[in-house]
Design a protein around this ligand. Structure first.
Ligand SMILES: Cc1ncc(COP(=O)(O)O)c(C=O)c1O
Length: 460
């Protein structure tokens, strides 16, 4: 019979399997010559199909762990490679990943105390600490903040809209054209009207246009929800949060800030002030699998007033019977829309405690510094055009005088060859290459190499 990961024999059983996994990761990565496998989708799929064979054979194959881990590593886009910079897809910290293994072994489920006695307390403590990081220590007159653990920015944004709808009934979302697509999708999911879109002429929400929209839409007090962004997906820009917060307060609108990317700046003494105004939001999306170096998933939704979470309260007798709750068993079901839920808080807690604010801040400072250097390099280069100096760690650039088709083709060629992973973003009606720098170990030489590679692939 297959041995188990937990229980008294668990660690002994796991130890040799971990050696197998680590060896297979090393062997798989060694077959790649860059951040992702060469050959494009057809060749990569063929190699994977070959490694997998029959996905559900009649009789098992003891070598499956090695074979499949090695195949996945061989075919991975490795965010720890300095030339893998397309997305808000961070290289996870080793210590967080080790903690995630413990989470899998212990397998607590956060939907009832009797499945997660210590994990539920850890989640309560760490989420409150993170809410305090966003909102500061709350005054006596107000209920303190809290935060829910989510699967990422998409779920956090959805929950923010759901809480607004439950608070106000009919809710009209107002967001800028730079807002993340998950907000629009959430309005669809929740049966809310289409969002009203405010222009973002310089890549950030135009406060004058927001003021006009709020005046024009003025309905029953509080039925408007403004969603601002701290760290746009395309350019890493931060909306003018204090101006937006003041407008929301003047018009009685609720404010949500999607800080899925920029939220990590909270840990940096040098960059934290870029988030001034964040604490004036009713809800804030954070996402530590972006600028927080966590393995996926590590999303959070912070709320300024924990009473705001009341609409999520839910009863299922087998999980939170009234008499159990009255007898002191914590009621966890209202902390998510999910039922069974992984203890993603463990890796987050281990990271926060291992690195401290200073350690995390240093990582943030480092990637921001690298992005500034990369922008400088591009700006000085005669064959490249820089979109703008980075606000966080995203740099947009394009070969001088190239057409959009050329920009798109250069990116795809680098992907197909497996040489570099760059993103793409359309701004000012032109297509740009996007480097989202999230790897604190990337050096100046790596960035010079990336630029040289792009130059080499751009037709003269
Ligand atoms: C600003 C912003 N919000 C939300 C999200 C969605 O986050 P996730 O992919 O973790 O659901 C992203 C993803 O890149 C994002 O950039």
């Amino acid at each position: 019979m297959s041995p188990l990961a937990s229980g008294p024999q668990g660690p002994t059983t796991l130890r040799p399997l971990l050696t197998t996994v680590l060896d297979a990761l090393t062997a798989g990565a060694a077959t790649r010559d860059g951040p992702l496998p060469a050959g494009g989708p057809t060749e990569v799929a063929a190699r994977l199909r070959e490694a997998l064979g029959d996905p559900l054979p009649d009789h098992g194959d003891e070598d499956a762990l090695r074979t499949l881990v090695q195949a996945l590593a061989a075919g991975a886009a490795d965010p720890a490679d300095p030339l893998c910079t397309a997305h808000l897809h961070c290289p996870p910290l080793a210590v967080a990943t080790a903690a995630d293994l413990a989470a899998s072994v212990l397998n607590p489920s956060l939907d009832s105390w009797d499945q997660a006695p210590a994990a539920s307390e850890l989640e309560a403590l760490v989420t409150r600490a993170l809410a305090a990081e966003v909102y500061g220590e709350t005054d006596q007159a107000r209920s303190a903040g809290d935060a829910l653990v989510t699967t990422g920015g998409t779920e956090s944004n959805q929950l923010a809209l759901l809480l607004a709808r439950e608070h106000h009934g009919h809710t009209q979302l107002v967001c800028a054209e730079n807002a993340h697509h998950s907000l629009r999708r959430a309005t669809w999911l929740l049966g809310l009207p289409e969002p009203v879109t405010v222009p973002a002429p310089a890549g950030t929400m135009d406060p004058a246009a927001l003021g006009e929209a709020l005046t024009a839409l003025q309905g029953p007090r509080g039925s408007l929800l403004v969603a601002a962004t701290a760290g746009t997906t395309d350019a890493g820009l931060i909306d003018p949060l204090p101006d937006i917060a003041a407008l929301c307060e003047a018009h009685g609108a609720r404010l949500h800030i999607d800080a899925a990317y920029g939220g990590g700046l909270l840990f940096s003494a040098r960059h934290r002030s870029k988030l001034d105004g964040l604490a004036r939001a009713h809800t804030v999306t954070l996402d530590l699998h972006k600028l927080g170096w966590q393995p996926i998933a590590a999303g959070l939704l912070a709320v300024r007033d924990r009473h705001d979470l009341a609409p999520l309260g839910h009863h299922a007798d087998y999980l939170n019977a009234d008499d159990d709750t009255e007898a002191g068993l914590p009621d966890l079901l209202g902390r998510s829309l999910r039922t069974t839920r992984r203890p993603d808080i463990l890796k987050i807690a281990v990271t926060l405690k291992t690195l401290g604010r200073t350690g995390l801040g240093a990582l943030v400072d480092r990637v921001c510094e690298r992005a500034a250097e990369f922008a400088e390099l591009i700006d000085r280069h005669p064959r490249f055009e820089l979109h703008d100096r980075p606000t966080i760690s995203t740099v947009l650039f394009r070969p001088t005088d190239a057409t959009d088709d050329t920009v798109a083709a250069v990116r795809r060629t680098l992907l197909t060859e497996g040489r570099a992973v760059l993103g793409r973003a359309r701004l000012d009606d032109r297509l740009w290459l996007k480097a989202t720098l999230l790897n604190p170990h990337t050096g100046a030489d790596d960035l010079a190499a990336l630029l040289k590679l792009v130059e080499g692939h751009t037709p003269r």
